[in-house]
Design a protein around this ligand. Structure first.
Ligand code: NAP
Length: 294
């Protein structure tokens, strides 16, 4: 009998994950708040559920891939009581440390096994099944969820046994990713404003010790002004705030990440929230005004 997996949330990430689970031979049922977004998955052999209860009732594993902790809590408030007692909840949305604690407590209260399993990688790795899974759960649960992780990812890092262990590493990794994007936007914007071709910056670092494939990828998008979402700016702003919270919790100074979070928020206020996070470059437009008002 094949393992049955319910995927709750078929946005950029959940869609790719559901497709790869079906491709790996799991019986996959998907649910999305706006059902029409899940429907194209039927072509990949995914069953589309009409409601949450139908989605999770028979599932061995329930995967959540929703925007934030509030979205997950709202959805799982309804789904948890409908899950089988022996099912496992794999929570992959990025929800921050207080978010994981809140959700793990919900699972504990319902007597459902909980795996903290955020992922690294954007749209393309999700579609190709090459995400990095950063997991935290009791050791005896690992073999039940490893086949699911093997279908969606190329590597699983078992960080620890506690809920939140996977998220700690995810927030550290995202602090790095978001900083690269912010620093790239700053350098490209400054190159342009100093009257140079911004491509000169990317060409100059290319192949040197300060080069980085991600800076080249996002930098080219910034120069072209093309931002089809791989990781939407709204998600990057949410994660920057979650990182600031984790830094406060850890007792370290969060000024750099707070500045980055402010840049993301400014770009969202400028109407770029659903574009890729590379559109944070738009927030540099306010720079001259900042100085003038000082
Ligand atoms: P997305 O494309 O914006 O999808 C968000 C999903 O959350 C959609 O299914 C959306 O449903 C659902 N949702 C939002 N608010 C909801 C609510 N109140 N109730 C029920 N459903 C709700 O986002 P994504 O990029 O796939 O990201 C999903 C999660 O993965 C986020 O936590 C994100 O931080 C994390 N993540 C993203 C990336 C990336 O590069 N994109 C990488 C790693 C991790 P509707 O379609 O009905 O709106």
């Amino acid at each position: 009998m094949s393992t049955s997996v319910a995927v709750l949330g078929t946005g950029i990430m959940g869609s790719g994950m559901a497709k790869n689970l079906a491709k790996a031979g799991f019986e996959v049922t998907a649910w999305n708040r706006h059902r029409e977004k899940a429907e194209p998955l039927a072509e990949a052999g995914v069953k589309i559920a009409g409601d949450l209860k139908e989605a999770v009732a028979a599932a061995d594993v329930v995967v959540t891939m929703l925007f934030d902790a509030d979205a997950v809590e709202g959805v799982m408030g309804e789904a948890l009581p409908a899950m089988r007692e022996d099912a496992v909840w794999v929570q992959s949305s990025t929800v921050g440390l207080p978010g994981v604690a809140r959700l793990a407590e919900r699972a504990r209260h319902q007597g459902i096994a909980f795996v903290d399993a955020p992922v690294l990688g954007t749209r393309q790795p999700a579609e190709e099944g090459t995400l990095l899974v950063l997991a935290g759960c009791p050791e005896d649960l690992r073999e039940r969820v490893q086949p699911v992780f093997d279908a969606i990812g190329s590597k699983t890092v078992w960080v620890g046994e506690l809920p939140g262990d996977g998220h700690k590493l995810k927030l550290v990794a995202n602090s790095w990713v978001l900083s690269i994007v912010g620093a790239t936007a700053q350098a490209i914007d400054l190159t342009k404003r100093l009257g140079l071709d911004p491509k000169l910056f990317l060409d100059t670092i290319s192949g040197g010790v300060t080069d980085c494939a991600y800076a080249q990828l996002k930098g080219k998008a910034m120069i072209a002004g093309e931002f089809p979402p791989a990781f939407p700016l709204s998600g990057a702003a949410k994660d920057a705030e979650l990182i600031v919270d984790a830094m406060d919790f850890a007792g370290t100074r969060s000024a750099l990440m707070e500045a980055l979070a402010a840049q993301f928020r400014d770009a969202i206020d400028g109407g770029h929230g659903s574009e890729d996070m590379a559109s944070v470059i738009a927030a540099f437009d306010a720079g001259g005004q900042d100085r003038a008002s000082r």
